[in-house]
Each structure stands twice: as structure tokens, then as C-alpha cells.
Design a protein around this ligand. Structure first.
Ligand SMILES: C[S@@+](CC[C@H](N)C(=O)[O-])C[C@H]1O[C@@H](n2cnc3c(N)ncnc32)[C@H](O)[C@@H]1O
Length: 295
């Protein structure tokens, strides 16, 4: 597998969790996302894959899952997640690229991808990779940034924005930051082998002025009501979707877990500090409880 991969928005060394969430006045956004996740998550499961887990902000919300794999391109984000969640059998920390997932096909019963798609230059490829590692009937919760949001529509109509929010093409409003059209997302999910079950529109009141004028708890309650219109129209800046993996998938055999992201061979051989691929000879280090499947 030598095909060139899309560029990556690299969070290595970023203080994203501290600056954006912990001290960035984002209690409202965090609260409404927690409600959307709760509404969409299945009641429980064995093995959940969190793609673009970052510093593990959402991981405690997967409390009814036996095991959670936190996957991120950036090792430093997973180090932060490990500090928050600790080292245990329940959490598996994996540095890898979503475009080359290092897992055997048909492994997971649930996957989530929150606030990550908006950094992906090839979203359809990431969705196909995700589908491949899911069992048939597995649940996939995807959050994406919606280009057809009310603010973008108004700005476009008032000629204060050049890009058209109704055009299905993604818009790259800053380098490796994309907003997507709901129609395009639905199309890509379907093409990747997912059946869309539910959409929730989220963060309707994401505005510095509204946050100043109204108590956060009140805005969160109003948003939680507005989320329920998500199947009918999508005009909010963020949309959560819940899909089911349709069609057949291989069933991962007991004990099979990782595959080589370079050549897709499995099983890998476990050595004291690495996972070794017997087919291509690559050694994937395991350091301080973090698997490293990124070249
Ligand atoms: C905006 S942060 C979101 C973190 C977390 N999901 C949250 O909501 O708090 C996006 C995360 O996606 C990760 N990411 C970006 N591109 C990726 C890729 N190609 N493969 C895996 N992770 C990626 C980044 O490293 C970063 O941690």
C-alpha cells in the first residue's frame, strides 16, 4: 500500500483541550454535545472505537462500553487522554491515521468521530476505512461541521461571504478546516456502507452575544429541544448523525485485533515493545502503554 495519503491537520504538541475547552468559554458547546451523544449512543457495547479522540474529552461519556479504543494521529493528545483516564485494560491508546486504520475488519460494535471530520481532506476515504473495521449492524456516530448553517446562509445572502452554503462541495474556510453539506455527508455515508438512522442538529445558539445575554443552562435546554428537528432540516453549525453499518462484514476472530497499516497483514506478532508485521517486517512500537501505528 504505497498510495499517497491526504494531508493531515497535525495536533502534535497542541494545547487544544486546555485553550479551546477548559478555558475557552465552551461550556455551552460541551453541554449540547453531551446531550446529542447520549441520545445517539446505544445502551452499551463491548468495543467502541473513538476516532480523533484528542485528549479524551468525550471518552467518559462512553461509560456503558466494556472497552474503548482511543485513536488519534497525535501522540501528545493521547498522552493527555491517558493522564485523564489512566492506564487500564479498558482503554487502548492508538496513534494512527484514520486513512489507514490498523485494525482487522469487522472488529468494533460502535464507532464515534466527533469534531474530527472537519479536518479531513478526504472524508469519503475516512468513512470507508471506518466501515471496514465495523461489524455488520454496528453503530457509527459522526459529527460534522455544517456549511449550510443559518449564519453562513445570511452572510451569503448579504454578500459578506463568497462561498455558497447550498453548494454540496465541502468548503475549506481555513487550511485543513472543512465545512460539509448535509447532502454530501448522507451520500458518502451511504456509499461507504452505512444506513443513516437519525440526525440531530447541534449548537444552534453558538454565539458570543447569546452566551453573554442568557444563562448557559437555558441555552443548553433550548438547544436540546431544537436538536430534535435534525431529521427535518439542518441549519445548525454542527450536526450529529447515527448510522448503522449495512451489508455483510467479516467477523473478526477471537484474539485478532491489530493489522499492519502499511500492508494490511494480520495477525501481528507481539514483542515486548512492539507489534511486528511478519509480512512486511515493519515494527510498530508500543511505548508507555500507547500503540504507535503511524510512520
Ligand atoms: C478538534 S480535535 C477533536 C478532539 C475530540 N474528538 C473532541 O471532540 O474533543 C480533532 C482531533 O482529530 C485528530 N485528527 C486529525 N486528523 C486525523 C487523522 N487523519 N487521523 C486521526 N486523527 C486525526 C487530531 O489530532 C485531533 O486530536
Amino acid at each position: 500500500m504505497s498510495a499517497e495519503l491526504p494531508p493531515i491537520c497535525d495536533y502534535e504538541g497542541s494545547d487544544y483541550q486546555a485553550s479551546f475547552w477548559d478555558s475557552g468559554n465552551r461550556t455551552y458547546e460541551d453541554g449540547v454535545e453531551a446531550i446529542a451523544l447520549k441520545r445517539l449512543l446505544p445502551p452499551g457495547g463491548k468495543l467502541l472505537l473513538e476516532i480523533g479522540a484528542g485528549a479524551g474529552r468525550n471518552t467518559p461519556r462512553y461509560k456503558n462500553f466494556e472497552r474503548i479504543v482511543l485513536l488519534d494521529y497525535s501522540r501528545s493528545q493521547l498522552v493527555q487522554a491517558q493522564k485523564r483516564l489512566g492506564r487500564s485494560e479498558r482503554f487502548v491508546y492508538v496513534v494512527a491515521n484514520v486513512y489507514r486504520l490498523p485494525f482487522v475488519p469487522g472488529l468494533f460494535d460502535t464507532a464515534t468521530m466527533i469534531r474530527t471530520l472537519h479536518h479531513l481532506a478526504d472524508a469519503p476515504l475516512a468513512l470507508r476505512q471506518t466501515r471496514q473495521v465495523l461489524k455488520s449492524g454496528a453503530i457509527f456516530i459522526l459529527e460534522y461541521a455544517n456549511k449550510q448553517n443559518l449564519k453562513a446562509i445570511l452572510r451569503f445572502l448579504l454578500r459578506r461571504q463568497t462561498w455558497n452554503p447550498f453548494n454540496p462541495e465541502p468548503v475549506e474556510f481555513a487550511e485543513l478546516n472543512f465545512d460539509f453539506h448535509p447532502k454530501a455527508i448522507r451520500h458518502w455515508l451511504n456509499d461507504a456502507g452505512f444506513r443513516l438512522d437519525k440526525q440531530l442538529t447541534v449548537s444552534h445558539y453558538r454565539s458570543a452575544l447569546l452566551k453573554r445575554l442568557f444563562p448557559t443552562a437555558w441555552l443548553v435546554t433550548m438547544d436540546s429541544l431544537a436538536q430534535l428537528t435534525g431529521n427535518w432540516w439542518q441549519l445548525s453549525p454542527s450536526v450529529f448523525t447515527r448510522s448503522t453499518a449495512s451489508g455483510d462484514s467479516p467477523i473478526a476472530s477471537l484474539g485478532e485485533f491489530f493489522r499492519c497499516p502499511a500492508c494490511t497483514h494480520f495477525p501481528l506478532e507481539e514483542t515486548p515493545n512492539a507489534m511486528k508485521c511478519p509480512a512486511c517486517g515493519k515494527n510498530w512500537p508500543v511505548q508507555d502503554g500507547i500503540y504507535q501505528f503511524r510512520e
